[in-house]
Design a protein around this ligand. Structure first.
Ligand SMILES: C[S@@+](CC[C@H](N)C(=O)[O-])C[C@H]1O[C@@H](n2cnc3c(N)ncnc32)[C@H](O)[C@@H]1O
Length: 189
């Protein structure tokens, strides 16, 4: 396990995903955005794996496809809400899912993930995960984002069946202005 050069919410999520996801696995990027997580997952699963990415904005889909092309990577990238991810042809069950909530960097801040649909998609994602599968969540709060989504997601996660899931929350504790939370979930049963 190599040390992180910079410890933040995203590098921590990537670091943890990389401990579990291997060549040939099936992964979902539930919030494609500018495509960095999609590209990261493609590199983890390699040519024999499969990555499916969703976003509701054309800007995000175009960015993600452009990044993948630039890096010579392949994924199925859909202009679709993550609440519909179980209607797509995804291999029987999934090894890993990443959510990076909030708005598209460099995009319209008013188009962002919402508490109710985010929880619906997390729940759906947990169902899609196979045993020993993992999910990472980067949760922003404060500022333009407010607290509603973060509070709703954290309340939902608190009640997840402890026999079935392990939920770890990391916080950049000494950073100002409501730093994002990094959540990592393993499906144990
Ligand atoms: C913080 S960005 C994601 C960053 C991205 N993972 C990356 O590596 O660049 C959040 C994204 O979630 C998308 N989004 C908002 N609601 C969504 C939904 N219901 N389904 C899928 N994507 C959604 C936004 O359009 C935005 O692009």
């Amino acid at each position: 396990m190599s040390a992180l050069t910079k410890l933040n919410t995203i590098t921590l999520a990537h670091h943890l995903m990389a401990q579990y996801i291997k060549e040939g696995d099936v992964c979902i990027d539930a919030t494609a955005g500018r495509g960095f997580d999609t590209a990261f997952l493609c590199e983890l699963v390699g040519e024999n794996g499969e990555v499916v990415a969703f976003d509701i904005q054309e800007d995000a889909i175009n960015s993600t496809k452009a990044l993948l092309e630039e890096r010579g990577l392949k994924a199925m990238v859909y202009l679709e809400s993550h609440t519909k991810m179980n209607t797509y042809k995804i291999a029987e069950s999934v090894n890993g899912i990443m959510f990076n909530f909030g708005y598209l960097p460099g995009g319209n801040h008013s188009i962002c993930t919402q508490a109710a649909s985010s929880i619906e998609a997390i729940e759906m994602g947990l169902d899609l995960l196979k045993k020993k599968g993992v999910m990472s969540l980067c949760i922003y709060h404060g500022g333009d984002t407010g607290f509603e989504e973060k509070n709703a997601i954290m309340a939902y996660l608190k009640d997840l069946d402890m026999k079935k899931y392990t939920v770890v929350v990391s916080e950049l504790y000494n950073k100002p202005n409501h730093p994002p939370l990094s959540v990592f979930i393993t499906k144990d049963k």
